[in-house]
Design a binder for this molecule. Structure first.
Ligand code: 9MR
Length: 452
């Protein structure tokens, strides 16, 4: 049991470390791992890409939310915390704390971090709109320098300018456009390059996912920037889809034509409304398109469980509101070459499942600087289990602060977990999972399992 637990943890750690290194260096294929990867991030890393999620700092205290993020994803975009109204609410007063909550955890796991976004007409602090052209120019430069400087060397890619075009391909009449004129996008990119020369600089937009007037206008801008040496490294395709705005038939071709200009492409805010196999097959198309374009360096879904989506009623994400994996999750994992099936060495031949009505338990611990999440898997032997008790002994100094899917006898030292109503019955050879989160160092625990 211990060996199984350690093997699994070590494998995940290796894959995650590799993913971080890959993200920094761009799309390079990772040498194949022996087992099919069992998480989105690990599977994407094996294809030389990151798989991220938009994360909100307000939900980080929810164990299932954070656990799902750090277990499944190897990338992150702060959903709102880096936007101008949050991060510079008053002129030259920067509020980095909400975004730091996300980036600190992400960095401790070597995740790929996307910065979103520096210059955008929406979620703009009120004071910016009232500035005259000279002051607006200074404020934009100061904002880019201040925000990028704070995370210099830590951000994989920045959405330098977001949503600057209208559907018909004309420039959006934002305050930046109206007061600074056409040149503001170029100015923003030049300022950004100087502020953090190691960050990839992206233009990001929606409804540019197929060839149309809007994406043609962005294409022309990127082509112009490339021809004149204006720094731009990537284009982000938000990819918000539903039945009124489906995945376009030329989705892959559109990604490819941008890549052919000499920029990376990224799917930056993916969500697809729907459910079941229809939703799953749409997700598969998007993932396959990215995999088919060598310069498509990663995919970010715009949230984790459906209930926290900006359009929750459309259930557009990979996890349902109880963090259950949807058919779309399995489709994405499979498209990335991963598998939810237990790897062939789990259980290894020298560690067969227990006989009769017995059970076995393994613990996988995600440890960060001063906290941890433990995921415990309870597996029934060759007979039916109708209830179970798992016992662990935590290292000194470790304290459990929350848990899910089990009752708990205490928070320190030797702790017993018993099943809750819905997960006591485990069929022969099947597994259920529960988890806990805590402070201190919670690794190296050896679980034992007793069936009833
Ligand atoms: O998901 C974000 C939501 O929480 C905010 O209320 C909203 C405000 O405009 O922004 C959402 O994210 C947007 C992203 O920053 C840019 N592209 C469109 C996204 C969905 O609206």
């Amino acid at each position: 049991m211990v060996i199984r637990s350690l093997r699994s943890t070590a494998r995940k750690a290796l894959v995650f470390a590799a993913a971080g290194a890959l993200a920094a260096s761009g799309a390079v294929a990772l040498a194949g791992t022996a087992d099919a990867a069992s998480t989105l991030g690990a599977a994407a890393a094996a294809r030389g890409r990151y798989f991220g999620a938009a994360v909100s700092s307000g939900h980080l205290g929810e164990a299932q939310y954070t656990n799902t993020w750090v277990t499944e994803f190897n990338g992150v975009t702060p959903e709102n915390e880096m936007k101008w109204d949050t991060i510079e609410p008053n002129r030259n007063q920067f509020n980095f704390a909400p975004a730091d909550q996300i980036t600190t955890q992400a960095r401790s796991r070597s995740m790929t971090i996307r910065g979103h976004t520096l210059v955008w007409h929406s979620q703009l602090a009120g004071w910016v709109s009232g500035l005259d052209a000279t002051n607006l120019q200074t404020a934009m430069t100061n904002h880019i320098n201040g925000v990028m400087g704070h995370w210099k060397g830590q951000i994989y890619a920045w959405d330098v300018v977001n949503e600057a075009f209208e559907e018909n391909g004309t420039r959006r009449q934002s305050v930046f456009q109206q007061k600074l004129g056409n040149g503001y996008i170029e100015q923003a990119f030049r300022t950004a390059r100087a502020a953090d020369p190691n960050a990839k600089l992206c233009y990001n937009d929606y409804n540019t996912d197929g060839q149309n007037a809007k994406s043609n206008a962005v294409f022309a801008m990127v082509q112009d920037f490339k021809s004149r040496g204006v720094p731009i490294d990537c284009v982000g395709f938000q990819s918000h889809f539903n039945s009124a705005s489906p995945v376009p038939s030329d989705y892959q071709a559109n990604l490819q034509r941008f890549a052919n200009l000499g920029v990376d492409v990224q799917i930056t805010e993916l969500d697809i409304e729907g459910s079941g196999t229809t939703q799953a097959s749409n997700y598969t198309r998007v993932v396959n398109a990215c995999l088919a374009v060598s310069r498509c360096t990663g995919i970010t879904v715009w949230g984790i469980p459906d209930k926290y989506s900006w359009r929750a009623s459309g259930t557009p994400l990979l996890f349902d509101s109880n963090y259950g994996k949807k058919p779309a999750y399995t489709a994405v994992l499979n498209a990335l070459g991963g598998s939810s099936d237990p790897p062939p060495d789990n259980p290894p031949p020298d560690n067969p499942p227990p006989a009769g009505g017995a059970c076995a338990a393994t613990v996988t611990t995600n440890q960060w600087q001063d906290g941890f999440v433990g995921t415990v898997r309870v597996t029934a032997g060759t007979g039916q289990v109708n209830g179970w008790t798992v016992t662990i002994t935590l290292p000194a100094g470790a304290t459990i602060t929350s848990g899910w899917n089990a009752n708990r006898s205490g928070n320190t030292g030797t702790v017993q977990f018993t099943n809750v109503g819905f997960n006591g019955a485990v069929a022969p050879g099947q597994s259920v999972e529960f988890g806990y989160q805590g402070t201190g160092t919670g690794s190296d625990v050896t679980p034992s399992c007793a069936a009833s």
